[in-house]
Design a protein around this ligand. Structure first.
Ligand code: LMR
Length: 398
């Protein structure tokens, strides 16, 4: 029976990690997968995470099952981190939160939830969007359609075109929005644009679905939630997928959350029963360790401060790398301007070069990035940034 299968291409992002590991060039640079790296090119365990783990190791008394929703304490903390302590959807008990295996788990559970509400649901995604959004949504057989988002020529958001496209959406359609640090473009909506989107979504009866995987890595922990909080204020129904992979550095511990906001408390309990039944039918319950770390940190003032300080340092370092990269490229005398890089947010930006140039950077210079020319800024460091700028410049000059 297995002979009916056809081989599939490797994942465009994850496969870069494999290729990079196999490359023996001492000058190699990994700008592929979105993973924070320090000056030494390491992805360190955050100190607050270490401290929480040490505490857990000493105090944990059981490894018994935690149930489909995961830890109540984690769900409580993570919804407050995202929406603030006093948000009306929390006070009015309109929100259901479940701990998930990373942001991908949250997205997939949310997709199954939408399919259960209506198998004919259409989800609007940004053009471009994160490569894994499509398989995660398609896995639940949802219909996917795109709204224009990033203009690669002008390095700007195609906001008017985005709004015109969403004007054609029908009531009940779902709009997937990147809460902050748009992946892959780094181009984020400003407050005025979020306000217009919120107005449109409510007027047309659309369901906002916010994917927020980089909270704290754009402008700040609270600043990065502007869109999510606004939509939670205004829309009667909403979905949120959040991830602790990047901001807590818990990549392999698979820690995230799915949040479903329902129109009222009665509906919320119906939504919750469906959400938990979907989870039970896929992976039964989430892994506990990463979420226990987050819960420990967010439940302790000193650890929260330590974590916030570390996150701030990471955010500031990424921003400084953005400035430095634009400066180094300009110093090489390239014709094109890369002044847009420091204006963008979070881990990613497109260099705006073509596939052949991306391949040349990989084959001749051992500089790895996604085919679309998306780079992970955190893969840069003071020891490789000049090499990257000079290599890029050489490729651009042909
Ligand atoms: C990325 O976009 O590089 C990250 O979100 C990692 C992933 O799973 O693709």
């Amino acid at each position: 029976m297995f002979e009916h299968l056809h081989g599939l291409p490797a994942d465009p992002i994850l496969n870069l990690m494999v290729q990079y590991r196999q490359d023996n060039n001492p000058l190699k640079v990994d700008l592929g997968v979105g993973v924070y790296k320090d000056e030494q090119g390491q992805t360190p365990i955050m100190q607050a995470v270490h401290a929480a783990e040490t505490h857990l190791l000493a105090s944990e008394t059981t490894k018994t099952y935690i149930g489909p929703a995961g830890s109540e304490g984690f769900c409580f903390q993570i919804s407050r981190l995202l929406l603030g302590n006093d948000h009306a959807v929390i006070k009015d008990q309109r929100i259901t939160v479940a701990q998930t295996p990373g942001g991908c788990g949250a997205l997939r559970v949310a997709a199954e939830f939408l399919a259960k509400c209506d198998p004919d649901t259409t989800v609007w995604v940004s053009d471009p969007t994160w490569a894994n959004h499509i398989p995660l949504l398609k896995g639940a057989n949802l219909t996917i359609t795109e709204y224009p988002y990033y203009d690669g020529e002008n390095k700007a958001i195609r906001f008017d075109a985005m709004m015109s496209a969403l004007e054609t959406a029908k009531s009940g359609d779902v709009v997937l929005l990147h809460g902050c640090c748009h992946n892959p473009s780094g181009a984020d909506l400003n407050h005025e644009q979020w306000n217009s989107i919120a107005e449109l979504v409510v007027r047309k009866g659309l369901i906002p679905f916010v994917d927020i995987a980089y909270q704290g890595l754009g402008d700040g922990l609270v600043e990065d939630t502007y869109g999510a909080r606004l939509l939670a204020d205004k829309a009667p129904e909403m979905l949120i997928a959040s991830s602790c992979s990047k901001n807590f550095g818990l990549y392999r511990d698979r820690t995230g959350a799915v949040m479903v906001i329902s129109a009222n408390q009665t509906q919320a309990s119906v939504s919750a029963s469906n959400l938990f039944s979907i989870i039970r039918g896929i992976y039964s319950m989430p892994p506990a360790h990463g979420a226990a770390i987050v819960e420990t940190i967010l439940g302790n003032e000193a650890l929260t401060k330590q974590w916030d300080d570390e996150l701030t340092m990471m955010r500031e370092r990424i921003l400084q790398l953005r400035h430095q990269l634009a400066k180094e490229i300009a110093a090489c005398g390239t014709e094109q301007s890369f002044a847009f890089i420091p204006e963008q947010k979070g881990m990613f930006s497109f260099l705006g070069i073509d596939k052949a140039q991306v391949a040349q950077l990989k084959d001749e210079y051992s500089i790895y990035m996604v085919d679309s020319s998306r780079i992970s800024i955190a893969g840069l460091s003071s020891s490789n940034i000049q090499y990257v700028a000079q290599s890029l410049s050489a490729v651009l000059k042909g």
